[in-house]
Design a protein around this ligand. Sequence first.
Ligand code: PEP
Ligand code: MN
Length: 371
Amino acid sequence: MLLSPAFAPPAAATFFAARRAAAPTRPLRILGPCSAESAEQVLATARAVAALGADVLRAGVWKPRSRPGAFEGAGEPSLAWLAEAKKQTGLPVAIEVATPAHIEAALRAGIDVLWLGARTVVNPFVVQELADVLRGVPVPVLVKNPVAPDLDLWTGAIERLRRANVGEVGAIHRGFNTGTPDARYRNPPLWGIPIELRRRMPEITLLCDPSHIGGRRDLIQPLSQHALDLAYDGLMIETHPDPDHALSDAKQQVTPATLAEILAALVVREPHSQQATYAPRAEALRQQIDYADRELVEALANRMRAAGEVGSHKQAHHVTIHQPERWREIFATRTQWAEELGLRPEFVQQLYELIHLESIRRQQSAADGAT
Ligand code: PEP
Ligand code: MN
């Protein structure tokens, strides 16, 4: 589908990068309701978040609901409410788009920033279709992590949009569905995934959405703080004038007044410190870490070499590679050592599961080589 030429010009292609460059230590704030519900609700929220220093007003116009029958958003009429909110507050506005028709309607209505939702990003066909519609349109697009904990799906969607030459492409971490219910989170954060995204794409604007990770009001503050401590560039947080009566995601929305407290309590740390006392001590501690890591990797290499030798030895004596009682003993003793040394037992157990699998692999290949 080709976009008709009548759409309004979107915000600058480098919107988020420019905001970050202007205030490197000020987290970006995308604030607003889960869903646009009425003109009054949108305007009241827009005024409140403008007063909180929001960079962008967010609202859902078409809501992806897992099951039919729930509130699916007010649809196209709500675009006019957002346009009015933008006019009155000067805030750029962001909405989720999931179909070519959504994109066309959003750009016509002067929406400044688009985002792809977690349920859209799981489907490369849909992402490519949206990227094709957006080809060459300099609108900033934010890509939520896919529902599934699959980093390649996430980076793949980002690449599809980048190749389509849209404006800046950013990422929003909103947690994952891990298939097992988690008592703490609505969508467990699995922080390792966004950390790896950052390693692969160092320049990307990375935002955290603590509302959808936690699914609960009391988790917004600690999750936001954790994200800032991990050097995220900003936050997308849901807020509603009357959260208990919100038509979607009532449990995780807070009033603008509560949001003001949450934001005020956030501690923003710097990427570096200019204080004279910082660098020498940080450098000394990093040297200790480098040295310990070198020893760790050497110890692993020694361990695996011995595992290979035991593999050949077992093969020569017709002994099975895996011996459950030996593994039970290793697991128990290493857990005990970990506890004695002040390490979390679960951490060392997870590590040993990996080490044990690799050890079996080494023994197997040594045994195969010996035949
Ligand atoms: C939302 O931001 O309201 C939303 C539906 O998010 P997600 O795609 O992360 O579920
Ligand atoms: Mn929501």
